[in-house]
Design a protein around this ligand. Structure first.
Ligand code: HSE
Length: 304
């Protein structure tokens, strides 16, 4: 039996005002390879790339890739195929760039591909959403582009919207770990009605401006009242980095997913300067960081 290899894009969830429902895919990929072994009675793993040392220490029985593969075999009523999985990570783990979603979506795609793709993308999304808990990372990981997704555990409604060619992303990953669980625990139980109303405006403006190409609107449409004000306290110098991004010519900046990555939206001619200004702001405040200049991914996860 031959090996199967898939790549899954990084994702930036929330996109400012779209808490738990908006997410976009980026051209930065984790690659997962499966080599079937008919004699194996469990999955075995090799980890390379970013965070490999930490992944190696985790219990393989809890690995999301294997769990996701099991879900596909069960849903398709096919026998489980065990073998060796290689996970090569280029996406910084636990930084708000959807690294755990790539493991889930990677496992789903590997298994589906091994049994000649009986499950549709819609069915894979339902499984992924159930495993992840919210659809804003897994949906763009599967479909690429900007996704708006709303779902329950049995049903997901989603749209896929292409990102304008001229829009680029300055992504700055500080050496600050913020777990999604903790970043959700700092959110309030209630927000004032007026602030919620503003968010409806920001989110509607965000999506519609990407559709119409009115990118100047992003200077307002990336604002948020639901999570950014609470989570930015977990990321040192967050406001300074946002200001640096805008000062260098970005439309705006926000927290990627639950952080700690910060992401600025800018045109191609400005994005390098924006990324440098953001990185320098962290560096000048003694926060180590890594910067990326990325385009949106338009294909989503695929067999390579
Ligand atoms: N929407 C989720 C959150 C994404 O912000 O908590 C987590 O990656």
């Amino acid at each position: 039996m031959k090996q199967v290899q898939v790549q899954v894009p990084a994702t930036s969830a929330n996109c400012g005002p779209g808490f738990d429902c908006l997410g976009l895919a980026l051209e930065l990929y984790n690659v997962f390879t499966f080599v079937p072994d008919e004699l194996a009675t469990e999955y075995s793993y090799t980890f390379t790339g970013l965070g490999a040392d930490l992944l190696e220490q985790e219990d393989p029985n809890n690995n999301l890739i294997g769990h996701a593969m099991d879900q596909v075999f069960a849903k398709a009523q096919e026998p489980i195929q065990y073998g060796h999985i290689t996970s090569d990570t280029n996406i910084p783990p636990s930084r708000g760039l959807g690294s755990s979603s790539t493991a889930i979506v990677g496992g789903l795609l590997l298994a589906n591909s091994l049994i000649t793709n009986p499950l549709s993308k819609e069915e894979l999304l339902i499984i992924a959403n159930r495993m992840e808990g919210h659809p804003d990372n897994v949906c763009p990981a599967i479909y690429g582009n900007l996704c708006c997704a709303y779902g329950t555990k049995d049903k997901i409604l989603n749209t896929v919207i292409p990102i304008p060619e001229e829009l680029y992303f300055a992504v700055v990953v500080p050496e600050v770990l913020v777990s999604t669980e903790y970043a959700r625990s700092v959110l309030p139980q209630h927000v004032p009605f007026k602030e919620a109303v503003h968010n409806v405006g920001f989110a509607s403006l965000f999506v519609s401006s990407l559709i119409t190409g009115q990118l100047d609107n992003l200077s307002v449409a990336l604002d948020d009242n639901l999570h950014v004000p609470y989570r930015k306290t977990l990321i040192p110098h967050c406001d300074d980095v946002f200001s640096a991004a805008k000062g260098a010519g970005a439309y705006g900046a926000t927290i990627s997913g639950s952080g700690s990555t910060l992401i600025a939206y800018a045109t191609k001619d400005k994005v390098e300067v924006v990324a440098k200004a953001m990185g320098d702001t962290f560096t000048n405040n003694n926060v180590e960081n890594k910067i990326y200049v990325l385009k949106a991914d338009s294909e989503g996860a695929k067999v390579v």
